[in-house]
Design a protein around this ligand. Structure first.
Ligand code: ZN
Length: 153
């Protein structure tokens, strides 16, 4: 922070504003906490701890909404969408859905995630209908056999 948020005076590193005397110690504290948690978020990401990384990032954004934190969050969202797309192409519907639940708690307002989630639900339902139709076809065949030959059981 270079200028006082109250009167826009140059601070030059001072905690008390030289013009309006505003005590900015808490603002500086929040700024430092935001940097601390953002650094932690990036470190967790490097260690493949995505969930921890998202939690640390959320904390960082609560202290201060910096451009860097938003850029990192967008990057994480796109990366996680790719993970989910991979699960979907492998027809791993349920793991994809479970992954969404934990992501949506951490990134509730991501439009991209909301759209991906709806798409996953669509695939899940479609897949269940397909399984159901397979089941009823098998059941139908079974009924036909029993009708033709009641002693086949
Ligand atoms: Zn001031």
């Amino acid at each position: 922070m270079e200028r006082c948020p109250c009167c826009k005076a140059r601070l030059g590193g001072a905690i008390l504003c030289p013009r309006c005397q505003a005590d900015l110690s808490k603002v500086f504290g929040a700024e430092q906490s935001a940097q601390y948690w953002l650094a932690k978020a990036i470190r967790f990401w490097e260690e493949d701890e995505t969930e921890q990384s998202l939690k640390a990032l959320e904390l960082s954004l609560r202290f201060k909404k910096t451009r860097l934190a938003f850029v990192f969050r967008d990057f994480l969202i796109h990366q996680q969408c790719r993970v989910i797309l991979d699960l979907l192409t492998q027809k791993q519907w349920l793991p994809a859905k479970q992954w969404f639940y934990s992501l949506r708690l951490l990134l509730p307002h991501s439009k991209l995630l909301q759209q991906m989630h709806a798409f996953t639900d669509y695939l899940l339902v479609k897949n269940q209908e397909h399984a159901k139709s397979l089941y009823s076809r098998n059941q139908f065949n079974q009924d036909i056999i029993e009708l033709v030959d009641p002693n086949c059981k």
